[in-house]
Design a protein around this ligand. Structure first.
Ligand code: GAR
Length: 189
């Protein structure tokens, strides 16, 4: 029983929808939460008939109240694992403690390299020969916490942000479901 947090296009979320619909992956997506009402992930949730909730930071007077709404929604939907799939907001240590060892995040770099929101740009500007993506448990520090799985690829001579992002996402769509399985085994013992 997973809850997905996403802010953007939602291709990772879509992959989870597809695998589940094809009975290739035994997950129950209980809810999608997005902080961005115009995001592609919401359209995808609607199309797949997945419950969703838009929780915008601007509608709350404090970050605590914003996070409380997210926490309550996840608890209401009885999720066992929180999956950040393109969630572009930093969560507080209070949030992390509420779902201790039950939050995973996907990030477009080989962590610990290139933490933060410009991971792909930095891999390119640093002329990295190899980059990739990582799934890790979420800890109090940004883009840290123990790694579950990584996938690597070569940066090609002519790569730009778009071409590299696309190739990284192909790998993300493979390692995110595998990492959810792994986390599921750990959580359920
Ligand atoms: C993914 O590439 C993910 O790694 C990245 O956002 C993208 C979301 O794509 N996440 C971060 O940068 C988090 N720091 P999607 O909306 O198509 O799944």
């Amino acid at each position: 029983k997973i809850g997905v947090l996403a802010s953007g296009e939602g291709t990772n979320f879509q992959e989870l929808i597809n695998l589940s619909a094809e009975n290739k992956f035994d997950i129950d997506i209980k809810v999608l939460i997005s902080n961005n009402e115009g995001a592609g992930c919401i359209k995808r949730a609607k199309k797949a008939n997945t419950p969703y909730k838009i929780i915008k930071r601007n509608n709350f007077t404090s970050n605590e109240l914003f996070e409380e709404e997210i926490i309550n929604t996840l608890i209401f939907h009885d999720v066992e694992l929180v999956v950040m799939a393109g969630w572009m907001k930093i969560v507080s240590s209070f949030f992390v403690s509420k779902f201790k060892d039950k939050i995973i995040n996907i990030h477009p770099s080989l962590l610990p390299s290139y933490k933060g929101s410009k991971a792909i740009e930095e891999a390119l500007s640093n002329n990295s020969k190899i980059t990739g993506c990582s799934v890790h448990f979420v800890d109090k520090e940004v883009d840290s916490g123990s790694l579950i799985m990584q996938a690597a690829l070569s940066v090609l001579k002519d790569d730009n942000f778009i071409t590299l992002s696309k190739r990284i996402q192909i790998l993300e769509h493979i390692i995110l479901p595998l990492s959810i399985s792994h986390a599921g085994f750990l959580i359920r013992g």
